[in-house]
Write a protein that binds this ligand. Sequence first.
Ligand code: FES
Length: 547
Amino acid sequence: MKNQGLPDDVFDGRPVIGICNTWSELAPCHGHLRELAEHVKRGVWEAGGLPLEFPAMSLGETQVRPTAMLFRNLLAMEVEESIRANPIDGVVLLGGCDKTTPGQLMGAASVDLPTIVVSAGPMLNGKFKGRSIGSGTDVWRFSEEARAGTMSMKDFLSAEAGMSRSSGTCMTMGTASTVASLIEAMGLCLPHNAALPAVDARRRTLSHLSGRRIVEMVRQDVRLSHIATRAAFENAILAHAAIGGSTNAVIHLLALAGRLGVPLTLEDFDALGRETPLLVNLMPSGAFLMEEFCYAGGVPAVLRSLRSRIRGDAMTVSGHTLGEIADAAECYDSEVIAALDKPFGPSSGVWVLRGNLAPQGAIIKPSAATPALLRHEGRAIVFEDIEDYKKRLDDPDLPVDETSVMVLKACGPKGYPGMPEVGNMALPGKLLARGVRDLVRISDARMSGTAYGTVILHVSPESEAGGPLGLVQTGDVIRFDGPERTLDLLVDERELGARREAWRPTQRYAERGWAKLYVDTVQQADKGCDLDFLVGSSGDEVNRESH
Ligand code: FES
């Protein structure tokens, strides 16, 4: 290490802090992380530690093909082995885009050193023709308008530029903002980490303070598993319902819990979130964006509204309990963050559905759905895979009307592979032209946290794993009853048995490399889509060395 210009007395037994940096020009959300790393280092030096930055795979949601989710577990493996294999006493995780924070945390959890998250932070609000626009959410809306011919390409490109006008992650309550908010509710970062804009000087200050704090955590031996307890996961689920968070967070929290040995099931999300109303008025469930969320008080203000519900005794990396953080918080704008008794909407967590179409569960985000469609019976229009869907979507002869139920197969963890965000299928052109803006849609895929619609996701088991979704045919009747939490295919058992006999997996995936390992070992969505042999922890001890 001397070749980096480090003096002798730096090797005096001081804590070595690894700064796990996912900076990359290929991940636009992470383009400014080198700068934040420098601020973390200042804090580490100041507190008497030795900061050493190391890279980890960067998963830019907008660039990585075929889908970033295919590589979340690969990032987790890289982070785990990088931390364990190197002489590191504590770690600061720098990430932000959708799959990066979960992947980093899963890897760190399987080592279980003292750990702090510093997020990239959201972009400034998007702006177009004088009004605020949200990343993702307005892209879906604009692209539908462009397809329907009501928005010009010039305006579309201008909106795109106005939407991405600063460093940072998507500034809607999409997956990145959701995960960052839940990490904060779990106490795995310093207060206000989720909402401070990427370019706000206070994010650099927070990075500096996180550098100081991780050194203290090493001295106090405060490990990740001491913070990420069952109580912390319960707080995350309550916060998830209150913020109207992304459905993707369900998968990530389940996977993280699996690494830590914390008991957590799909049903916990429905049971804990059921009585928690929508308290945050952000797109896609509401009107505002992350800048307003920050100025209104951010996650601490939400926790204050939730004070009577949260497990206030849960410890955080700040050294304070979550209850203490909530008690010290204030809400500065009740248009953005509501009190518990004056919510913006009813329960907005996820509903967990079961039935003969989803024996291991499926989920829907009711706050993003059309209320009138939350109880619906209709005939299926089936797409065998995403290519089939793209090919036939605008076919004028497609047998679809406003009562149809769109069904997409082969988009689960094994089937795609990697479970892409395609569950919020765009509607057929001929329905859009008639002014139809929502249909019930069902798949084994995920959807972007910025998307909306009556979209039933994560059907488990997926079609490629032999789940009943693979047996649905166009014209079958499907009954969805959200309030009763059921999802059923109304086809008699004898007919289903015959279809099961004839069913074969598509097996179109790679025969080698990461994709093969992934398909062979990935768990279903109800378990968090981790690889089966990565569940659990191996600790930080390495008992042999070759020097
Ligand atoms: Fe990175 Fe949305 S694309 S957070």
